[in-house]
Design a protein around this ligand. Structure first.
Ligand code: AGP
Length: 607
């Protein structure tokens, strides 16, 4: 979703602003712009499409300046176009904004009636005019932004500058993230730290309602009540290498191949002596798990699929009822919460608007507590949650989630086993689950060796319009995740079905043009899945089967790949790997923009 960068320095900042935007490209966007303060006033470059177009404009026009703001826009109000790209300007003021201003129409009418002329279809432009109006009334930039933010309904992160006060930047956040970066004789603003990693490692994550005032010499932060506040400065261990492709053709491929390492990182220090260390869920973990009578998981997209896998684990290992639900549905219904229910959110980014809103609602609903499974420290969801179980996937840049999903599965497996242990899970099954987790990085490394064979398999999909994924039990959500990956990066329409549903409708779609991908682990449902595959074959459907070692004998398919034997905890992770590779290679063959698929954003910070 949109990205913000702001820099106040004593040197030319244009190239750093553009580099910052490039580091934010992964969030998804469709236009970009930059504005800098020059001796003649504010110079603005904007372009539809890629950030690289801004670099070309910069070379043609030779714009330079010591203070500026920049933005990647993911269109919500108004089409992607140069005219709708940020920064938006009103008189002396220019503004960039992430989020949605819900009352923008009323504000637009009010401002138009007062003579302000609008040049874009965006909701953001009202902010520029409102700040300019305050300045005309005599406010300085800080006072103007402070006066404007209470008028805005919705979610925002803002950065503003004014020709009247060269070198000054004022930012504000509510509902959309904004970080402050600290340099030596220069200071920064950005929507996430990736934009600033080449410039600094020292950051403050602004709190909801904060306003920040900065220039090259320093930073002042004001809380929701408008009074100065001290916010902690944190040093990140992330380096700018983390957002490098590291020799891979795409971030997605690099992230797929990083999985053995990040799974091991996610397990590190969490298992010892054949046991899951319950302290990973906080000092009061055991009493909490004892009190847990049911679990309610809420998430979106890939993270929701991780929640669906966990639902099977939690019910089967701990005997505790569990529901998993899409956040955008949860937040608008009236859930009935039974005593003793634990609320879990799952989010890679920790900034997904629907999941965050669901968490805020859940806090008033009488759950035992809220646990976040998240990949981004200091994200809004982490900060709003009582308990946190961090995944350690490192920055995920490809829009299609890969390593974030498998590390979520590992974190949820740790939770399910810990809960199971407290609820009477047999020693044998518990020990086996822990052992599978210990062996998981090696199993995933083994599965990755299938890369070349999957690349060959991908050629059979290039000219297909549709695909059907089948799985059962924990592998139904794995099939759903496989279908989501294929559709989001190759633009092939893909559906996933619990294989037992085949005869209840989707079988009608099966013919020689419909590839059917079956995920076949060696579990108690394998015989039933084999029959479902026969039903497909009998209708002339082309089957692509991923089987666990030891299952393949009964399957008659030239498109069969054998995966390492894994077990109930490891299998959903291991079987995810070939599905990720398949969609990756199909997308490459179809020539799509793998890391930044059309219309999608990495972090969905608006509804
Ligand atoms: C998956 O490939 C997608 N990028 C998307 O479904 C994503 O998982 C979803 O938007 C949720 O994001 P989150 O995990 O950051 O909350």
């Amino acid at each position: 979703m949109c990205g913000i960068v702001g820099i106040s320095a004593r040197r030319d900042v244009v190239s750093h602003l553009i580099e910052g935007l490039q580091a934010l490209e992964y969030r998804g966007y469709d236009s970009a712009g930059v504005a800098v303060m020059t001796d003649e006033g504010i110079a603005r470059l904007r372009a539809k499409g890629k950030v690289s177009a801004l670099g070309e404009l910069q070379l043609q026009r030779g714009v330079s300046g010591h203070c500026g703001i920049a933005h990647t826009r993911w269109a919500t109000h108004g089409v992607p176009s140069e005219g709708n790209a940020h920064p938006h300007v009103s008189g002396d003021v220019s503004v960039v904004h992430n989020g949605i201003i819900e009352n923008h129409e009323a504000l637009r009418k009010e401002l138009q009636a007062q003579g302000f002329e609008f040049t874009s279809q965006t909701d953001t432009e009202v902010i520029a005019h409102l700040v300019e109006r305050e300045q005309r009334r005599g406010a300085d930039l800080l006072a103007a932004v402070k006066a404007v933010v209470p008028v805005l309904h919705g979610a925002y992160a803002i950065a503003a500058m004014s020709r009247r006060e060269p070198g000054r930047l004022v930012g504000a956040r509510l509902g959309s993230p904004l970080v402050v970066g600290y340099g030596d004789g220069e200071q920064y603003l950005a929507s996430d730290i990736h934009a600033l990693l080449p410039l600094t490692k020292r950051f403050t994550y602004l709190a909801e309602g904060d306003v920040v005032d900065l220039d090259a010499d320093g930073v002042r932060i004001f809380g929701e009540d408008g009074e100065p506040v001290e916010r902690e400065i944190k040093e990140t261990t992330f380096s700018s290498d983390a957002i490098d492709k590291g020799g891979y053709r795409h971030f997605m491929l690099k992230e797929i191949h990083e999985q053995p390492r990040v799974l091991a990182d996610t397990l590190e220090g969490r298992i010892a002596g054949g046991k899951v260390l319950t302290e990973i869920l906080g000092v009061d973990a055991v009493p909490l798990l004892e009190k847990t009578q049911s679990v309610h998981i809420v998430a979106c997209g890939t993270s929701y699929h991780a929640g669906l896998v966990a639902r099977y684990w939690i019910e089967s290992l701990a005997g505790v009822p569990c529901t998993a639900e899409i956040a955008s549905e949860y937040r608008y219904r009236s859930p009935v919460v039974k005593d003793g229910t634990l609320f879990i959110t799952i989010s890679q980014s920790g900034e997904t608007a629907d999941t965050l809103a669901a968490l805020k609602l859940a806090k008033a609903r009488g759950y035992l507590t809220q646990l976040a499974v998240c990949n981004v420290p200091e994200s809004s969801i982490v900060r709003e949650s009582e308990l946190v179980l961090m995944t350690r996937a490192g920055p995920e840049i490809g829009v299609a989630s890969t390593k974030a999903f498998t590390t979520q599965l590992v974190a949820l497996a740790l939770f399910s086993l810990a809960l199971g242990r407290v609820k009477g899970l047999s020693e044998k099954r518990y020990a086996s689950g822990v052992r599978q987790l210990e062996q998981l990085p090696a199993m995933v490394a083994e599965a990755l060796k299938l890369d070349e064979r999957i690349q060959a398999m991908a050629e059979r999909f290039v000219d297909k319009q549709h695909a059907l994924f089948l799985g059962r039990g924990t592998h139904w959500p794995v099939a759903m995740e496989g279908a989501l990956k294929l559709k989001e990066i190759s633009y092939i329409h893909a559906e996933a079905y619990a294989a037992g549903e085949l005869k209840h409708g989707p079988l009608a779609l099966v013919d020689q043009d419909m590839p059917v991908i079956a995920v076949a682990p060696n579990d108690h449902l394998i015989d039933k899945l084999l029959s479902n595959m026969e039903e497909v074959r009998a209708r002339g459907g082309e089957l692509f089967v991923f089987v666990e070692d030891g299952v393949g004998r009964g399957i008659d398919s030239e498109n069969m790949l054998v995966l390492p034997a894994s077990g109930e905890i490891a299998a959903p992770v291991v079987f995810t790997i070939p599905l990720q590779l398949l969609s990756y290679h199909v997308a490459v063959l179809r020539g799509t923009d793998v890391d930044q698929p059309r219309n999608l954003a990495k972090s969905v910070t608006v509804e």
